[in-house]
Design a protein around this ligand. Structure first.
Ligand SMILES: Nc1ncnc2c1ncn2[C@@H]1O[C@H](COP(=O)(O)OP(=O)(O)OP(=O)(O)O)[C@@H](O)[C@H]1O
Ligand SMILES: [Mg+2]
Length: 258
């Protein structure tokens, strides 16, 4: 039996909010079912991070056409917080620092906001510490980082691990990983990928944006899509990622120019 559709992106057109001339997504379609992992690859500037931004409600982008249905709801009508509360999580290509706010406080606030939206009581201090400890171990993050300000002075790899830690804490339904692999050493890549795998269940889905096939050795996608000039121009399985690794994107142009 086919599993339930979680996300349906229909003919999305999006541009830069401050510069309406700058059109980025040009009629993008994508359907994701529960339990699926989709990889999105594509040349620099093709619109991958923009797609992630459109899904999470980043105000830098304006959707001019099309529709996005998530859990049966019109996603584009929801504010970014509302989307997060419905279980959409984005890990950033370039994680930000939040000076003066410790990891523990940041996570507790984020978690309690989500619980509030779900009609749940705030988590107790004891349970919160237990949860933090459990999830921190999942990505083998040093305990000392928890009492430091969010990402402040974190190494590139620590920032990425921290994002998977945050993901583990919030337990999202739809996770979008935007180049979580860049800047990770081989061990960290494996740890991060294993963390993602451990958190994956048949009710959840994941969009993995990456430039390298390497990550897909660890996180196994059912579908690989190529985004080019704001559209998905090719969809395949893991073999497609191997082909890209070998041949680059040149063949796509030739194929489309025919
Ligand atoms: N705020 C902005 N103002 C102007 N142009 C923008 C803005 N945000 C994105 N763009 C442009 O939109 C295009 C798509 O950007 P996007 O970040 O989505 O690409 P990408 O596929 O994620 O690329 P990469 O692989 O390099 O991360 C790029 O040409 C980029 O310069
Ligand atoms: Mg990007």
């Amino acid at each position: 039996m086919m599993s339930k559709v979680l996300l349906e992106i229909k003919n999305i057109h999006a541009r830069v909010a401050e510069n309406p001339e700058k059109k980025i997504l040009r009629g993008l379609n994508l359907t994701i079912r529960e339990g699926e992992i989709h990889a999105i690859m594509g040349p620099n500037g093709s619109g991958k991070s923009t797609l992630a931004g459109v899904l999470t409600g980043n105000p830098n982008f304006e959707v001019t056409e099309g529709e996005i249905i998530y859990k049966g709801k019109n996603l584009l009508e929801l504010a970014p917080e509302g989307r997060a509360h419905l279980g959409i999580f984005l890990s950033f290509q370039y994680p930000k620092e939040i000076p003066g706010v410790t990891m523990a406080n940041f996570m507790r606030t984020a978690l309690n906001e989500k619980r509030k939206a779900e009609g749940k009581e705030p988590i107790s201090a004891v349970n919160f510490l237990k949860l933090m400890d459990e999830k921190r171990k999942l990505v083998q993050m040093d305990k000392k980082l928890m009492s430091r300000a969010v990402n402040e002075g974190f190494s590139g790899g620590e920032k990425k691990k921290n994002e998977i830690f945050q993901m583990a804490m919030l337990d999202p339904t739809l996770t979008i990983l935007d180049e979580t692999d860049s800047g990770l050493d081989i061990d960290a890549l494996r740890i991060v990928a294993e963390g993602v795998n451990k958190l994956h269940t048949p009710e959840k889905a994941c969009i993995v944006i990456t430039h390298y096939q390497r990550l897909l050795d660890y996180i196994k996608p059912q579908f690989v899509h190529i985004l080019r000039k704001g559209q998905i121009v090719e969809t395949g399985d893991a073999q497609l990622a191997l082909k890209l690794e070998k041949e680059g994107y040149g063949w796509l142009e030739e194929e489309q120019d025919k």
